[in-house]
Design a protein around this ligand. Structure first.
Ligand code: HEM
Length: 374
């Protein structure tokens, strides 16, 4: 089967080519016993390795075959290929309060996200002490990872919110084609790709000069649950939809270009002297050229959570995930700009928000998520 190793310089699930499915959970730690927290993170690391190599949690021995005890693994991924399962773990700002003696270990980059224009955040879908991103090409494998993490957390941490994603909305490798989001547009065209190691080093991985050495080689995950007002979008003329993004719907080419990967020319003028890519276009406001050169690695998923009981409309959209070396210099200023001027705002609502410090990769068996933090 296809496997991605848990072990390496950086955690898996960031520069790993985006898998098709997502199961995400944020946990709150309920104990004040730091040893219990460390033990849980160690159990998680061992289990993540087992699950990503296609073994059950606890291995194939007595942990899963004793008739007089509940099996350690819940069982629904037995016989399934791991399908490139990756499990990525990060720590939220709230973990660094006074419960665990970590007050002086909080990186400056792990600031609570500020309020952005138009935010309609639901506290029950936001924040969390620990974030876990499980991705796989098999939805049951991704869910199994989250479920078993929650089970191992019992008595130590509880789930605060979860999110399933059913389709990737970005490309993170040259080996992948560009998928489409629920608005029907190709998404992930201008993204940081795994093959571009210079961009990863400059914009995604935390360098050795960090204020918190335990984060060197790590990254920061920002998650935003962004609902799309799909019914309203679907009544919008094609030309307006394309003006909203600054790209054509069919090919994904930038307005004024002909093919998806044509260079975006933000200075191009039409016959009347107006900008070919409108002033309010999403790709203009999000572009590195508009944001002091800053880039992010996008790795989000489409979601649908049934029907909004208040309106009868679909609750569906984009569970936006991005990785960066410092959210205060990357996601935050980009989102400020989008929040103020993006034409897309008419058709979306940010309903959930979280930020997590994702420590570096695990060196091998015995290492665990955040070992250098404690
Ligand atoms: C580009 C969709 C939210 C940052 C794009 C593109 C689409 C798109 C279709 C053009 C193709 C591409 O280059 O990937 C959406 C939708 C969103 C959303 C539907 C919400 C539902 C966000 C947010 C951010 C963001 C919240 C960051 C704060 C970017 C960036 C680019 C981009 C950096 C590339 C711009 C460039 O350099 O050309 N997005 N996006 N997007 N988006 Fe979004």
């Amino acid at each position: 089967g296809s496997q991605v190793s848990l072990y390496g310089t950086h955690q898996a699930g960031i520069a790993t080519p985006a898998q098709d499915r997502l199961a995400f959970a944020a946990f709150d730690v309920t104990t004040t016993d730091v040893t219990a927290l460390q033990t849980m993170l160690g159990l998680w690391a061992a289990a993540a390795h087992q699950m990503s190599t296609g073994e059950p949690v606890g291995g194939t021995g007595s942990a899963n075959s004793n008739p007089a005890a509940p099996p350690l693994d819940t069982g629904e991924a037995f016989d399934l290929d791991p399908a490139n399962l990756t499990v990525t773990v990060g720590f939220g700002p709230s973990l660094f309060d006074d419960r665990f003696g970590l007050e002086n270990r909080r990186p400056a980059a792990l600031a609570d996200l500020p309020a952005f224009p138009g935010d309609t955040l639901d506290a029950n879908r936001s924040g969390g002490d620990i974030g876990v991103q499980a991705c796989s090409n098999d939805p049951q494998v991704a869910f199994h990872a989250i479920r078993n993490f929650a089970r191992m957390a019992r008595g130590t941490a509880v789930m605060r919110w979860t999110q399933l994603g059913f389709g990737r909305t970005s490309t993170t490798s040259k080996t992948e084609s560009t998928p489409r989001n629920l608005m029907g547009f190709k998404d992930g065209t201008n993204n940081i790709l795994a093959e571009n190691t210079a961009d990863l080093d400059d914009y995604v991985w935390v360098g050795p000069d960090t204020d918190q050495p335990w984060m060197a080689g790590g990254s920061y995950l920002v998650a935003r649950r962004i609902r799309m007002l799909i019914e309203s979008w679907d009544t919008d003329f094609l030309s307006d939809q394309e003006a909203v993004f600054g790209r054509t719907k069919n090919t994904g080419a930038p307005l004024g270009g002909t093919a998806e990967f044509d260079t975006v020319d933000l200075d191009a003028k039409d016959a009347d002297g107006g900008p070919v890519i409108p002033a309010t276009a999403h790709i203009r406001l999000a572009a590195p050229a508009t944001n002091g050169g800053m880039k992010i690695l996008r790795r989000g998923y489409s979601y649908t959570d049934g029907i909004d009981a208040d309106t009868g409309l679909l609750d569906a959209g984009l569970f936006f995930i991005c990785y960066q070396a410092d959210p205060t210099k990357q996601f935050v200023p980009i989102q400020q700009r989008l929040g103020h001027g993006d034409a897309l705002n008419e058709y979306i609502r940010h309903t959930g928000s979280a930020v997590f410090a994702v420590p570096p990769g695990l060196s091998g068996p015995g290492d665990w998520f955040g070992k250098k933090l404690f």
